[in-house]
Design a protein around this ligand. Structure first.
Ligand SMILES: *[C@@H]1O[C@H](CO)[C@@H](O)[C@H](O)[C@H]1NC(C)=O
Ligand SMILES: *[C@@H]1O[C@H](CO)[C@@H](O)[C@H](O)[C@H]1NC(C)=O
Ligand SMILES: *[C@@H]1O[C@H](CO)[C@@H](O)[C@H](O)[C@H]1NC(C)=O
Ligand SMILES: *[C@@H]1O[C@H](CO)[C@@H](O)[C@H](O)[C@H]1NC(C)=O
Ligand SMILES: CC(=O)N[C@H]1CO[C@H](CO)[C@@H](O)[C@@H]1O
Length: 391
């Protein structure tokens, strides 16, 4: 009977031990830069029967293959609080391999915890992580890019730099669930078409405590920013006695489509198109014999899925300048006070002004807010003629 009882007691004790009351928590794997420091996050638990043995005499050891490293008091956390976090100022004392934590007190408590950490000594730091790893957004979107790099040496986390720096960035030292640390930098900016195709990179610089030169690692992405088309200032017409060359240069993403509108162009005009780069396009044509009529209603319209814009080109031999028209228009506004005329002027302003502004000799970008609605009425044939007679 007594024998059976003892057996039961022992087996329950053993079961307790096997059921994980003896427990250690540490990350399964840590990469350490040679010559740098490393902190192994670690916490443990002992069987309740052994709690009383946890005292100031306890020491931490790290057992590797053919290696037993003593972690002195200032290298570890408070062992009496079951904190076995250990810092090796010189990771070169370690060799690549698996390390187990051993707790050794000047009493019955001596234990090697199963479940160690694999430490790899590396010469080159890992590339930082970019989140998101690709960037495809519309112009005007608020972008928040995060760059993260492991910080195995808590006292010397890597320095993170953005190139180019597109706005304020904020750095933090974050902790993973397994208690390993990560240095992070978040950069916020508003996506612009100027960022399209321009590499953004994040560099992590690690200082090596043994005096070796710093080591760096970089990660980058190339933003794909979509934006409505714009007509470039380089657009316009060049005219000689016998020829007119008109060219409409436009940028947009997705790549824009260009259309020419005019009542005076020959139906069978051949229009050429040339890709300048991934976002820029040039559409052009040559008119060999100039018609008797001038090209007074020549428009270039460019559009993609995000919008459109158009511009009027002036090819008339005597250009009616905007100033000349203003000189006629404004005295009328000032001197006439009748409601009827004001209404008429409002109507005139509504129809004439957009065209007047668009019609500048050397080709200017229209400011029609890229809306199809405002540009379409100008395109329709014969719109200009009735307005002129009214004027
Ligand atoms: C960056 O943007 C994130 C998310 O939009 C925001 O939580 C954070 O405060 C911003 N940081 C800065 C420095 O503006
Ligand atoms: C680090 O340890 C290595 C190997 O034991 C040794 O050669 C080196 O001098 C140590 N460096 C420092 C800064 O203590
Ligand atoms: C128009 O373009 C043609 C062919 O591209 C060129 O030969 C000609 O010189 C140009 N004319 C003018 C006035 O620029
Ligand atoms: C494409 O060309 C346009 C006009 O020359 C320029 O503004 C733009 O920056 C270029 N884009 C790229 C991605 O090179
Ligand atoms: C990590 C650390 O600070 N270790 C130091 C602990 O204390 C001993 C002796 O006091 C030093 O030699 C270690 O460098």
């Amino acid at each position: 009977m007594a024998g059976t009882l003892t057996f039961l007691l022992i087996s329950s004790l053993l079961q307790g031990a096997l059921c994980g009351i003896w427990e250690v928590k540490m990350p399964p794997k840590i990469n350490v830069l040679r010559g740098s420091c490393v902190t192994i996050p670690c916490s443990f638990d002992v069987h309740s029967k052994f709690e009383k043995y946890l005292d100031d005499t306890c020491k931490a050891y790290w057992i590797g293959k053919n290696l037993k490293l003593t972690a002195t008091k200032n290298m570890t956390g408070d062992l009496t609080k079951k904190d076995c976090t250990t810092t090796f100022k010189n990771a070169s004392l370690l060799q690549t391999g698996k390390y187990y934590f051993r707790l050794e007190c000047n009493n019955a408590l001596k234990y090697i915890f199963p479940g160690g950490v694999h430490i790899s000594l590396i010469d080159d730091p890992p590339s930082p992580t970019l989140t998101p790893s690709t960037l495809e957004v519309e112009e005007g979107t608020s972008v928040s890019l995060m760059c993260s790099a492991p910080a195995p040496c808590w006292s010397h986390p890597p320095a993170l730099t953005w190139s180019p720096n597109r706005g304020q960035s904020q750095e933090t030292l974050q902790e993973h669930q397994d208690k390993t640390k990560v240095k992070s930098s978040v950069m916020n900016f508003t996506a612009s078409h100027l960022h399209h195709g321009k590499k953004v990179s994040c560099t992590a610089v690690y200082k090596i405590q043994d005096g070796s030169p710093d080591v760096t690692a970089e990660t980058s992405l190339i933003p794909d920013i979509t934006f409505p088309p714009q007509i470039l200032l380089s657009s316009g017409c060049i005219k000689t006695a016998s020829q007119v060359n008109c060219s409409c240069e436009t940028v947009g993403n997705p790549s824009p489509t260009v259309k020419w509108y005019s009542s005076e162009l020959p139906v069978k005009l051949e229009i050429f198109s040339e890709t300048l780069n991934s976002t820029a396009l040039r559409s052009f044509f040559t008119l060999n014999q100039l018609h008797k009529k001038d090209l007074s209603t020549l428009f270039c319209r460019t559009f993609n899925s995000l919008g459109s814009t158009s511009q009027q080109f002036c090819v008339s031999s005597q250009q009616i300048s905007a100033e000349q028209r203003d000189a006629v228009l404004y005295p009328v506004i000032i001197s006439t006070l009748t409601v009827l005329l004001l209404v008429l002027i409002c109507v005139l302003l509504f129809f004439i002004r957009p065209q007047k502004n668009n019609c500048k000799p050397k080709g200017q970008i229209t400011d029609d807010n890229n809306t199809v609605a405002t540009s379409q009425p100008q395109i329709r044939e014969g719109n200009e003629a009735p307005n002129r007679t009214e004027e």
